[in-house]
Structures are given as structure tokens and as C-alpha cells.
Write a protein that binds this ligand. Sequence first.
Ligand code: SAH
Ligand code: SF4
Length: 356
Amino acid sequence: MIDSNLRSLNEEEMAHVVKEMKAPRFRAKQLFEWVHGKNVTEFAEMSNLGKNFLADLSKNYDLGHNKIIKRQVSADGTEKYLLELSDGEAVECVLMRYRGDFSKKRNTICVSSQVGCAMGCTFCATGQSGFVRNLSAGEIVGQIYEVNHLLATEGAESIGNVVFMGMGEPFLNWDNVYKAIKLLNDKNGQNIGIRRISLSTCGIAEGIRKLADSGLDITLAVSLHAATDSERSKIMPINERIPLGELMAACSYYQKKAKKRITFEYALMAGKNDSAGNIMELKNLLKELDCHVNIIPVNPVADTKSIFRPEKKAVSDFAKALKKAGINCSVREEKGLDIDGACGQLRGKIAKKGLF
Ligand code: SAH
Ligand code: SF4
């Protein structure tokens, strides 16, 4: 069945809608440009479609009713949005703004792919809140459209990069994520370059293989966080089902097929994964791959009392030692700590206060 949210539809599906309405085919292209290119939030904004056509369209279709219900602005320019969905659920997205003379840099948005997450990683606020449901393609692109709409009203630079690193596991909602990526990349839509889109997975091997087979030229990031099965299983339950051997085999497959460097995310947790021994384990695990390790000082989540961020010096020492061991790496700049920068934190906080 076709989604009633027009933001979920590609041009072919819009052509089908238009045909059912007995309107001319060119209306589909116009509609696509309004919905996906100019990210309208009201039917009335689609000024060249004709009142009758719009009245007819609105009988069965809508624009998803996503609303920004909370905006938090960090001192460092990072902004976090909570978006309400049509069924009263909510998801978060985070905008990382580049201010001043950063002519080559663009605004980046971190979007959610699911409401909640079933993976239960111990350090993650989203994981602790459980899984609610998948987002539709329209609800995924809706995060970008709503924020872009707001940025336009403020005369600010629009979004140039998209990362699937918000709430949820994108490979467990792959059909909708794939469709959303295609829509964002469409030249009559947002026209966001395919290489400006990144996806992060907790290690769904089948998803990594599917991405390799799809030929989609996005950037792949894998949340590693530990380099042995026993350590990784303690913090990421998915590792019990998909152990490192299987995950690394999928990464090698991807690398051979896509011929792209893989980013491994490594949230550094004091006393858990930051020792000299951990560096050797990482080296052993990654030595065959063309990869980059992104070290992220863990963002403390209120519910995880046993997870602590290492001291600044410990983080830079770890990075230095990893480089010395021959592994490409960098420390990710921390953003939005004062606004609960880690995805899932804002939704969790508001849910606890009973605000939705
Ligand atoms: N589910 C996917 C994508 C969303 S999570 C995944 O796990 O990769 C995006 C990234 O944020 C992942 O690398 C995840 O491990 C990391 N993350 C989650 N909670 C964090 C925290 N408290 N501190 C630092 N990174 C965190
Ligand atoms: Fe889910 Fe990713 Fe959080 Fe793990 S880190 S619980 S996979 S969102």
C-alpha cells in the first residue's frame, strides 16, 4: 500500500498517485519538487499545483505531520531537535553547524532511523529505552526537511551532509533507509551528494553485505567499541548473535566490492577498553583492512553508572599509541555535551518527565 505521507513517495509513486487522480503526468514532477526539493510543510505552499488538485490530493495524502517540538542549542553551535511523529511518538536529530568562514564545510545533520532501538548497547541512551518502531522513509527525510525549513526561515545555510547516527539501527530498517537515501540524493530533491551521506551500524553483517551489493556509494561506519568477542559482548549484546569473525568477514566483503575505506567507531570508556592491551587487540583485528578508527570519548548517559569518560590526556595517549601501532585514527570532536548530545538522551529525559 502506498504511504499517505507524500514525503515517503518517489517520483514514480507520485506519478501513480497523479494518474489515479486523472491529472496530467507533469504534476508528479512538480509535486516531487515541492515535497522533496523545496521541503514544503503545508499544501498551500505548492503554489503552481492548482486549488482543485491540492484539495483532491489532501483527501488521501498529507506531509507527514512531523513537528519540531523541542529545540536545544549548545554553546558550541550544535542543535538538537525533538520531532513529533503523527502517532505521537518522537525522534531526535542533531544539527552540527559550522559558523564563520568555513567555506568548504557544510551543516551536518545526524538523523534517526527508528524510534528507540532493540540492540540494547549498555552505553547508549537509545538502547536503554528499548525499541518502539521503524521510521518510514518519509519520517526519515522529514527530519532533514523540517530542519531545513526552519534554517531557511532564519536565513541560515542548509544541510549538506547527512549521517545515520541518531536513534536506531539503520540496517534493521534498510528498505526505508535505502529509499530515504535515494530521495535525499535525487537531483530534483535535496540533491545531497551520495558521498556526503554516511551510515553507522552496530555490526549487522547481512546489512553490510547488502550495502556492498547495492553499489550505493555512501560512507560506512561500524561501531566496534571493543576488539575481542568477550569484551564486545559485555557492552553490545548483538555481538552474541553476530560475533567479530562474522562482522569482519562482512567488512572485508564490503571493502573488496565497494573499494571504500571503512570507519570504525570506538567509544573510549575508562577502564573498559582503553588499555595498551586493547591497542594490540585492535591492531590484530584491523590489520588487513583499509580503515580509520574514530575515537569518541564516551558521552556519559545517566542510567549507565559504570561507564565513565577517560581523562583528556588518556584519550590523546590512546590515539597516539594506536597511530604508533599503525592504525589510522582520530579523536572525534565532542559536540553538544551540554544539550545531551548523545542521541536518545533528549527523548529519554522528556519521556521520564512524562512530556509525551
Ligand atoms: N545503531 C547504529 C547507529 C546509531 S548510534 C550504531 O550503533 O552504529 C551512533 C553512534 O553513537 C554509534 O557509534 C554508537 O555506538 C555511538 N554511541 C551511542 N551512545 C554513545 C555514548 N553514550 N557515547 C558515545 N558514543 C555513543
Ligand atoms: Fe542501538 Fe546503536 Fe544505540 Fe546500540 S549504539 S543501542 S545499535 S542506537
